[in-house]
Design a binder for this molecule. Structure first.
Ligand code: NA7
Length: 848
């Protein structure tokens, strides 16, 4: 048995969220972090002037709406200390510290195919085994210091910006040499120039930079902005770079020169790099279009720097703007007007050596008291290359990647089962707003691990074919742009000897996300999922129960609630009162009215929830309760929550219950109600059926009946841990046989006995929809399943059959949840999360 379900390597933005997400899924996790604090990049890069070049409102987690509302950024672009404070706040708020081990560097991760476990070694000589390994080691963490001859002989101190002394450095009165003029050099230079007696900037390649226009965040702006944060995040997720950028939508080449200037001046005045690159559709793909931006920026440099010779040296000419990171600074170019700053062009006058007293170039000598290297990183692959990672048959990752990194979707690599990389090579990663890409990867990886665990797959491994095809796609997209034209760290050009491979994926954050989702939806297409353990060996992973769900189970045990199957229907119904009281009321809904629907067998009471006046469509909802208990009243809280989340009318149906009314009474009422709503209430707008448990059964059956009898057209069927088959001989029934998880096998047998006393009737597809001979032509489905639920596997089976019949299916599995959790709003946070997810799916299906 492995020590842990998952080891996470690193505790920066990625590792921190991975700990939270994996733990929330009920997995045991431990993150190892080399630093003495969390934060990764934001921990190490504490040099003066360190600041994020993505706006704070974008460069922050979106997974928690509460966090998003509570936290206030002080500046438009956050400085390093503030980002670090934010990350520490996140760790405090979500109680992540117990699962993060600081001051511990992972030095090796070795795969054992026999046990299907990773052995992870750390520099404290400890060893842990884990089923899965999530590499969150950072894209820019392996810093590089150029191998200058004589560096060891230098008498003064030298620093790399990424390992800056935490106590700070005082350069007052010193002669300082700065090597490197990338994003970092440009940020640190003005800070040093401010205090040093003299600053020599050794520039190899001039860089484009645009202003930040950094400023304090206006509280009123923040207040208004936060009211639309959720929608804004959605836009970010669907965008090209992970930040919603308003482009003109036009081609720069086709734009009249005046108009072009106006656009650029506006953006120059507003500040920020992405608005420049996104201003016109062809800036990043057409050299002539790109030149219009490049020349605009060069003009601004010439305007700012007084000495024309220095200005010319500072003007980049050798690569398209944006093909290297477009830098941002409010004071870099103006710094060259200071008398104590000298620009040294080491392209024409290369650095030859470091001497005890300074730096010698081909043509000169610069006496220095300190040297600062802002010389960048072995990006994207460097951090992994520094760990001894060995996959199947002991193959080292460095060997596999000797000719350049290869990874399927940038998230997994063939030959390294159960290992995932957050923002790895082949994903949008460093070409996007990292936080958006990190969240997307962490969530995808968590879902994938949950899927493997709940299906008892021991190994998840990308296939070489999928990896190859994806790699070719990444390159094809890259070479359709101007990016490969620069000697940038995106292609590894900054590291001597590194194979030149374009590492990040440029296809866009939104497009990439959609592809990843498709892969997952298709049952992890391009991955092989295997159960490869030797006979008799138990799986190492145990999926724990969500703590709030566990409290509910404990509460029931403490109250001595007897199992359903030991009670009479009357007792079971009466027993729901305390559950209802525990759940409490649902949210306020603008209008709620009770109606009577004329059914073929009599009146069917129902309740209409209308959260807004102009509903985009109608959901017909069937409550759960095994066809024996439950009512519109009992389910009021969760149906309200769903109505608010979906933002549309929801009609909750009080169908007839067993044993007083046996099959097909409930499904007849359910279907009659649907037909009536379609003709009398929905007004031609989209219609959705939904239900949980036995209600999920009625929803699936109503969809079948509607198809079979050319009844109402449905935009979606929402099936929340639905009953889809009467066969109780499934793995999930065996797992929960005799165990009290709200519902167990004996309970389910009891429900079937009451609903369909005639066993032959149970195979009727209108009782067991999984038995329908043909699933084609059914409406798209959103299937939700819970791990600790005997109904789990029939939910999976139903989703699989729909998919096989080419019905679009979105399947969401809650890996630590129990049967019935969806009704427990106010008690289990995942109930609200599920309602939000279902609400979004319903809105989308209604064309919202
Ligand atoms: P970068 O962008 O890799 O910049 C490194 C700088 O150091 C760049 O100007 C390099 O010149 C220069 N460099 C590297 N090696 C040498 C040698 N041997 N001699 C002279 N100059 C050298 O790293 P940053 O830390 O600035 O930024 C990294 C990312 O962090 C940034 O893109 C943002 O995403 C945040 P070169 O251009 O290679 O000629």
């Amino acid at each position: 048995m492995a020590d842990l379900d998952v080891v996470v390597v690193g505790a920066g933005f990625a590792g921190i969220y991975a700990v939270h997400a994996l733990r929330s899924a009920g997995l045991t996790v431990r993150a190892f972090e080399a630093g003495s604090g969390i934060g990764g990049t934001w921990f190490w890069n504490c040099y003066p002037g360190a600041r994020c070049d993505v706006e704070s409102k974008d460069y922050s987690y979106s997974f928690s709406p509460e966090l998003e509302q509570e936290w206030s950024w002080s500046e438009r672009y956050p400085a390093q200390p503030e980002v670090l404070r934010y990350l520490n706040h996140v760790a405090d708020r979500f109680g992540l510290w117990p699962d993060i081990q600081l001051d511990t560097r992972v030095i090796a991760a070795i795969w054992d195919g026999e046990t299907a476990e990773w052995t992870v070694r750390t520099d404290d000589r400890a060893e842990r085994t884990a089923r899965f390994c999530v590499m969150a080691a950072g894209c820019l963490s392996a810093y590089q210091v150029p191998a200058f001859r004589g560096l060891d002989s230098f008498r003064g101190p030298w620093y790399h910006t990424s390992r800056w002394p935490r106590e700070g450095v005082d350069f007052t009165g010193l002669r300082v040499g700065l090597v490197g003029t990338g994003s970092t050099g440009i940020q640190v230079a003005p800070e040093i120039a401010e205090v040093a007696e003299r600053l020599y900037v050794f520039q190899r390649t001039a860089n484009f930079a645009v202003p930040n226009r950094n400023a304090p965040v206006d509280p009123e702006f923040e207040r208004v902005f936060k009211t639309g944060y959720r929608e804004y995040r959605e836009q970010a997720r669907a965008s090209l770079l992970g930040v919603p950028v308003a482009g003109t939508g036009r081609s720069a080449r086709a734009e009249p020169p005046d108009e072009l200037q106006r656009t650029y001046i506006e953006r120059w005045q507003a500040g920020g790099g992405m608005p420049f690159l996104g201003a016109y559709t062809d800036v990043l793909i057409d050299r002539a279009a790109n030149d219009t931006v490049a020349e605009f920026i060069r003009e601004r440099i010439r305007e700012t720097v007084r000495d024309p010779a220095v200005a010319e040296l500072l003007c980049p000419t050798t690569y398209p703007v944006g093909a290297k990171r477009l830098c941002q600074s409010d004071d870099y170019f103006a710094m060259y007007n200071r008398p104590n700053v000298t620009l040294v062009d080491v392209r024409s006058d290369p650095i030859e050596e470091v001497t005890p007293d300074g730096l010698r170039t081909a043509d000169g000598f610069y006496a220095l008291d300190a040297i600062v290297f802002a010389t960048g990183f072995d990006a994207m692959t460097g951090a992994l290359a520094r760990i001894d990672i060995r996959g199947t048959d002991g193959l080292p990752l460095t060997e596999k990647w000797a000719a350049g990194p290869r990874a399927y979707l940038g998230v997994a690599t063939a030959g390294f089962p159960n290992m995932f990389m957050v923002t790895g090579p082949g994903s949008p990663s460093v070409l996007s707003n990292m936080v958006v890409s990190i969240e997307q990867h962490v969530e995808w990886i968590t879902d994938c691990i949950e899927h493997a665990v709940s299906h008892e797959y021991t190994c998840v491994e990308a296939t070489s074919e999928a990896e190859k095809a994806w790699g070719e796609h990444v390159i094809e997209v890259a070479y359709s742009t101007l990016f490969p034209m620069a000697d940038s760290w995106y292609v590894g050009a900054n590291i001597p000897g590194k194979p030149r491979v374009f590492a990040p994926y440029i296809g866009g954050v939104g497009t990439y996300r959609a592809r990843c989702d498709e892969v997952a939806l298709a049952g992890y297409e391009g991955f092989v999922l295997t159960v490869s353990l030797a006979e008799g060996r138990r799986l190492a992973v145990s999926v724990s129960v969500n703590p709030q769900a566990q409290e509910v189970l404990d509460g029931r045990a403490a109250a001595g609630v007897p199992p359903t199957w030991e009670q009479t229907p009357e007792e079971v119904r009466a027993g729901f009162a305390p559950v209802k009281a525990m759940i409490g009321p649902g949210p306020a809904v603008a209008s709620v009215r009770d109606i009577i629907i004329p059914g073929k067998a009599g009146e069917i009471p129902a309740r209409v929830y209308s959260p807004a006046p102009d509903s985009p469509g109608t959901v017909v909802y069937y409550h759960g309760g095994g066809w024996v208990l439950g009512s519109v009243d009992d389910w009021d809280a969760c149906v309200r929550t769903l109505a608010v989340a979906a933002g549309c009318d929801v009609v909750s149906i009080d169908y007839r219950l067993a044993p007083e009314h046996v099959f097909p009474a409930a499904t007849d009422d359910a279907y009659d109600a649907l037909v009536w709503v379609a003709s009398s209430l929905a007004g031609g707008r989209p219609l959705v059926v939904a239900g949980d448990s036995a209600g999920g059964n009625l929803a699936a059956v109503s969809a079948l009946r509607a198809r079979d009898s050319s009844g109402p057209a449905l935009a979606l069927q929402v099936l929340i841990y639905p009953v889809t088959d009467h066969d109780l001989d499934r793995e999930s029934y065996r797992q929960y046989d005799g165990r009290e998880f709200i519902l167990n096998k004996a309970d389910m047998a009891w429900f079937w006995d009451h609903y369909t006393p005639d066993p032959a009737a149970r195979s009727n597809p209108y009782a067991s929809p999984l038995r329908a001979s043909d699933m084609s032509g059914l409406p798209p489905a959103f299937v939700l399943t819970a791990e600790h639920d005997p109904l789990r596997d029939e939910g999976y089976a139903f989703a699989d059959r729909l998919r096989a019949a080419r019905v679009p299916v979105e399947h969401r599995h809650y890996g630590s949840q129990i049967h019935g959790f969806f009704t427990m709003v106010n008690v289990i946070d995942d109930a609200d999360k599920a309602a939000a997810e279902l609400g979004a799916a319903i809105r989308a299906a209604m064309g919202g």
